[in-house]
Every structure is written in C-alpha cells, then in structure tokens.
Design a protein around this ligand. Structure first.
Ligand SMILES: *Cc1c(COP(=O)(O)O)cnc(C)c1O
Length: 450
C-alpha cells in the first residue's frame, strides 16, 4: 500500500487512542516507518529527533539489539508460560531479583502486569487487601490529584484527575481529587515555595475532611507527565512527607510509570525526592518500550501483611510476568547499569539540558521554561507578565507541535504547554539540536499567531 492507501485503511479500520476520529479523518495520519538511535522517520522519509522517547518509554532509543535479541531468544525457548497455579519461569524470577536491587531498599516484591493502567488496578486491589487483612475495612478512600494521570482503564482513569476523561465514564466513587502542585497555572500571587506548601497542605485538609480513619492511600506521580510535565515546587514533596508522617497509616503510592528507570537522573522519582512509597507503579521504560510490561513494587510493610497472613489474593493477569517481556526488562536494566546511563543523565545531560532549555524562556511567547532530569516544558503565552494565553482553545500548543514536527523535532502539546522527554541516551550535541529546533518552532508559531 502507498501512503494514501495506508491512511485510508487506517481511517476505515483503526480507532486510535485519545483521538477525535473526525479530525483524524480530515488530516490523515503520519505513518512512522523506522527509527534509529534518538530519531524516527516517517513514510515520506522525514527524519525527526524524537523529543518524546516514543511515549515516554524508549529511554535507550531505538537501536538496542541486546533487547530485541533477548526477546527473540526467549520467544524461541519458552514463548509463554503463566505464573498461576504454582508455576514460574526463569526470566520472571530474574527480573523480580533485578527490580528488588534497583528499587528503594524497602521494596523487595513485585506484581507484574501488562501495562501501567493495569498496575494501578492492581494497586487498588492491594490497598484494599492490605487494609482488610489489617482489619481496617473502613479505610477505603484513595486520595489523588486533579490533572494527574494514572492510566485509562476504569480504575486508572478514576485515579487520574483528567476532567475530560471523567466526563466520558462513571468514575469509581471512592477516589477523591485534590489541588495539583501546578504553580505556573494555578499559583496565583504565591511564590513557588509558598504554593508548594499550600498544595501539600491540601492533602492534610482532605484527610481531615474525610476522616483519617477512612483514608486508605494517597497516589501521585513524582512529577506529573501527561498533565504537562508539572514539576512541583521544591517545598511540595517534603511537605507531603510531613503530612503523611503525621498519620502513619495512610499508604503512599508513587506512580513511577514515566519517572522510573532514570528520567530524573536517579533510578526512581522516589529516590530523587527522598520519599518512601508503600507501592510504586512502573511500566513504559522498564522494557525500553520494546515489549508491553508493567507492574507494581511492593514495600516490605505491605508485603509482610499480604504475603504472611494467608488466603488467596484473587487477582492476576494472563500476561503477568510474560517471559519475553521479563527478558526485555532484564536486558534494559542491564544496559542502564552497565553503561551508567542514569549517572550520565544526572552528571552530564540533565545539567546541560537545564542550561540550554532555560534559554528558551527569553522567547517572546514563552512564559516559563522548566526542566528537571530529562523532561522539559514550555508555557506558551501571549503576555509574559500576566501569563495570559492566546485563546481558550489552546490553539497555540497545536500550532507549535505541528511547526516542531515540520522542523524535525517531536514535541508534544498538552494544552498550551509544550513538553519534551528525550531518550536518556541523547548527546549534548543532540540537546543543542533539540533546543534549536524548538526555538525555530516557537518563531514559526509566533509568526502564525501574529
Ligand atoms: C502512561 C501512564 C500510565 C498508564 O500506562 P499504560 O501502559 O498506558 O496503561 C499510568 N501512569 C502514568 C504516570 C503514566 O504516564
């Protein structure tokens, strides 16, 4: 099939995630045909620097034969076996071991799933099981944050705080959403430090309102990814820690689906912020995007209860601990360790990106340029002083994304916030290329909006 035939068949038979199907029909899809290192190429031969690592998952880029070989080899040895009914496989044991090593010291058990959404479903099941076994069945409510993202199953989308998603289904009724730590958008006249404390105190307020005896857990991403790379003010996590320390019996779930496996320059966001979560969701980068795999890491505190007290945990997925997925995970972790990829992000690439990215704040349509580790965001504004946007339809973001792609850089738009999460293997020269292409996209966007 040629390009237009492919687009026609795509339109006729394929429903895409998070897509306006009418829009898709009008524009035609971009057909991505190959990828190498940090670049992807479409069917027209247009090569783009992938500033989003696929969908936050191809952290080692697209050319890691060690991972595809490991998958291939496993598929030819034992392509599938389940871990139900007292069975296990060697790759699943080895990956569980490796995860216990690279995650925080107090987390030594894993429950495998097929995706991040499923892992958050598992978290809800584990939370309930934990409090039931502790004879605290009244602890049922999970507190989450507005504009958080925790996946797209009913549980994942209920935990998430995306209002556009909530409008299209009936969310679970035992999840409560609080203020997000989005200073640029919602901080008003407060300083970032003040606002960070304020947003964390909202957790305390909600716990008081609901009654601490009813609150089972608090779930949050270390940094909101899909919500627009919302890096909380430095005061936020220390204050959340204070709030939770006050109660002791509210579980902390950190959803590390984006920030796990090195994106902050530490193995996990929990390491970066010095937090001790009870459960930690992972997916995406665990296999470098080469094979679907997710899971949740379980703290000793929770494992001691759910493992020791007996009785069947009536939960699991056919593809929990899929052997080929586990081999992909092992190969990925081996590369991260052997090549000191995460240390290089921390000591080299992240500081370099921070310096270069910050220069974009000078651009006339940029209200804020923020970054941490290997994520960054640009807030597009019409007026820097008042942080006023161009319009309420977020057209600036859409234009800037299209201009960026035309200039050979994949940036994503979340409303009028442009976001990047380049592969961890990006070189400083490629960071220069990324910033120059982003600057050109901003120039073109300013022209188009003028
Ligand atoms: C992507 C994402 C998920 C959902 O993962 P899927 O594999 O798409 O189900 C959950 N949480 C966060 C923070 C994510 O970014």
């Amino acid at each position: 099939m040629n390009k237009s035939e492919l687009q026609q068949h795509d339109r006729e038979h394929l429903l895409h995630p998070f897509t306006d199907f009418c829009d898709l029909g009008k524009q035609g899809t971009r057909v991505i045909t190959s990828a190498e290192g940090a670049y992807i190429t479409d069917i027209d031969g247009h090569k783009m620097l992938d500033g989003m690592s696929g969908l936050w998952c191809c952290n080692l880029g697209y050319s890691r034969k060690e991972i595809s070989d490991a998958i291939y080899k496993q598929l030819n040895t034992l392509p599938f076996y389940n871990s139900f009914f007292q069975c296990t496989t060697i790759p699943s044991i080895e990956l569980a071991d490796a995860l216990a090593e690279v995650t925080p010291a107090h987390m030594n058990n894993v429950f495998f799933t097929g995706s991040g959404s499923e892992a958050n479903d598992t978290n809800l099941r584990l939370i309930r099981r934990y409090w039931d076994l502790n004879e605290r069945p009244e602890k049922r409510i999970v507190i989450s944050r507005k504009n958080g993202y925790h996946g797209s199953t009913i549980a994942g989308a209920s935990l998430g705080g995306m209002s556009g998603m909530h409008k299209q289904f009936q969310a679970l009724d035992y999840i409560e959403h609080i203020q997000q730590p989005y200073w640029f958008g919602e901080g008003g006249d407060m300083s970032p430090e003040e606002f960070g404390v304020y947003a964390a105190r909202c957790l305390d307020e909600k716990i008081q309102e609901l009654g601490p005896e009813k609150v089972a857990a608090f779930i949050a991403e270390p940094i909101q990814g899909a919500g627009g790379v919302i890096i909380p003010p430095e005061t936020y996590w220390p204050e959340v820690k204070k709030v939770l320390d006050q109660y002791e019996d509210i579980l902390l779930v950190m959803d590390e689906v984006i920030f796990g496996f090195g994106r902050t320059g530490e193995w996990f966001g929990a390491d970066y912020y010095g937090m001790q979560p009870d459960l930690m969701t992972f997916a995406k980068a665990v296999t470098n995007g080469y094979f679907p795999l997710g899971g949740t890491m379980i703290s000793d505190r929770v494992a001691d209860v759910v493992k020791a007290r007996g009785g069947e945990f009536t939960h699991g997925y056919t593809y929990s601990a899929h052997p080929a997925a586990c081999m992909a995970g092992l190969a990925t972790i081996n590369i991260l360790r052997n090549e000191k990829i995460i240390e290089n992000v921390r000591d080299n690439t992240a500081p370099y990106l921070a310096k270069r990215w910050a220069e974009l704040a000078e651009h006339p349509i940029v209200g804020e340029a923020r970054s941490l580790g290997l994520v960054g965001a640009l807030e597009l504004v019409k007026d820097k002083g008042s942080r006023a946007r161009f319009d309420d339809k977020c057209s600036a973001g859409g234009i800037c994304r299209d201009m960026s792609i035309r200039n050979g850089l994949v940036m994503r738009a979340t409303g009028d916030t442009m976001i990047i999460a380049p592969p961890l293997i990006i070189t400083n020269a490629q960071v220069d290329e990324l910033v120059e292409k982003a600057r050109r996209a901003l120039d073109d966007t300013a022209k188009a909006l003028a």
